[in-house]
Design a protein around this ligand. Sequence first.
Ligand code: ADP
Ligand code: MG
Length: 384
Amino acid sequence: MKDPAALRVLHENRYHATPHIFVAPGRVNLIGEHTDYAEGFVMPAAIDFATLAAISPRNDGKVVIYAENFGEERSYEANALPSQPSGEWSDYPLGVLAILAGEGYTIPAMSLSLWGDVPLGSGLSSSAAVEVATAVAVTGMMGVSIPGPKLARLCQRSENEFVGANCGIMDQFISANGAKDHALLLDCRDLSYRLAPIPADVALVIANTMVKHSVAGAGYTTRRAEVEEACAVLASHRPEIKFLRDATVADLEAWGHEISLNALKRARHVITENNRTEAAAEALLANDMPTLGRLMHEAHVSYSKDFEGSCVEADTMVDLAQDLPGLIGARLTGGGFGGCTINLVESSQAQTFALALKERYQKATGITPEIHICHASAGAHAIS
Ligand code: ADP
Ligand code: MG
C-alpha cells in the first residue's frame, strides 16, 4: 500500500487539520467468477494493494474530496450533495455518501483525501477499495459502527445505484471483511462466509496483462442478460430455481435444448463454477493444493471457452505459466476481457516464476507485464 505517513502529511498540508487514516484493500479472486450475481459462491482474498483515506472534520459546511491518483479536488455543500453521477472518479466516494444519507445519516462537513495503489481497471477492484475506504473513514469520523457485511452491501449499492455499475457483492465484501493470510469463501445468497488459511509456502502471484478490451462493459452486460435468459428457461420447469445457484448440470442436460447456445454456455460456466468453488474451498481447507490447482485450471478453461470472458492476452498469460516450476494453478481473475491472472505458486519458486513469466509474456505479446507477489491481507480498518 501507499505510505500512510505520506498521506497524513499531504492531507495536513492541504487542509491544515490532523486526519484519521483508514485503509481498504483491493482483492484477487482465487475462484468463483461471475457466480456472485447468481447468488453462488466466490473465494477471493484481500491483497496488499489498497486505497488509503485520510479524513478530518471542517467547519465551513463543505465536503471536499481530493484524489491524489488524479491530482484533483472536488468541493460540495454537505447539505446539497450531488444526487446524480458525473462519470468521474468522484462518483465512487459520492455514491457512498449518497447511500449513507439515504440510510438516514446526516453527512458531516469533511475533508477526505484518497490515495491508492490498486491498479485501476485491472480486475483487482480499485473501485470497491475506494468505496470501502470512504465508508470506513466517514462512518469512523461520524462515530457510527456498521458491521462489515452490512457496510459491504451499502458500498455495493453505491456502485449499483449511484455509479451505475451492475456489480455483484464480492468485491466490497472481501475489501470490508478480508483476513490476513486467508481466503474467504462467501455464499453470496446470505453473505455467510468461512475463512480458509493460505499456507505460508504458497504465494499469490498476480500477473497484469496490461490490456483491458473495450468490450468489457458491454460484455459484462450481455453476459448477465444471457445468464438471466438461461435461468428463466430452467425456472419455467423448476420454479424453485430463482438464480443459477439453484440449478444443476442435470437441469441443463434436461432443458438445455430450449436455451440459445450462448446462454447455455454461460449458464454451464456459472453452474459448474459454483460447484468448483465449493470444492476449491474444501481443497484449500484440507491443504490439498494439487486439487485446488486443477480446479483453478478448469475454471479458466470454462471462463474462456464457455463464458467467453477471457481474451488472447489472458489466455496467453495462463498458458505460459503452465510448465513453470512451482505453479499450483493459474486463471484469469476478475470481470474479464483483460486485466490480471492469479497464479498460486510455491513460495520458494515465486521470484523465479515471476521473472520467467514476465520474460515469456513479453516475448509472446510484445507487452511488458507487471507481475507482483502479493499477500492475503486484512480487510478495511483504521491505521493508528
Ligand atoms: P476496477 O477493476 O479497478 O474496480 P473499475 O472500472 O470498477 O475498475 O473502477 C475504476 C475506477 O474507480 C477508476 O476509474 C476511478 O474512477 C475509481 N478509482 C479507483 N481507485 C481510485 C482512487 N485511488 N482514487 C480515486 N478514484 C479511484
Ligand atoms: Mg470495479
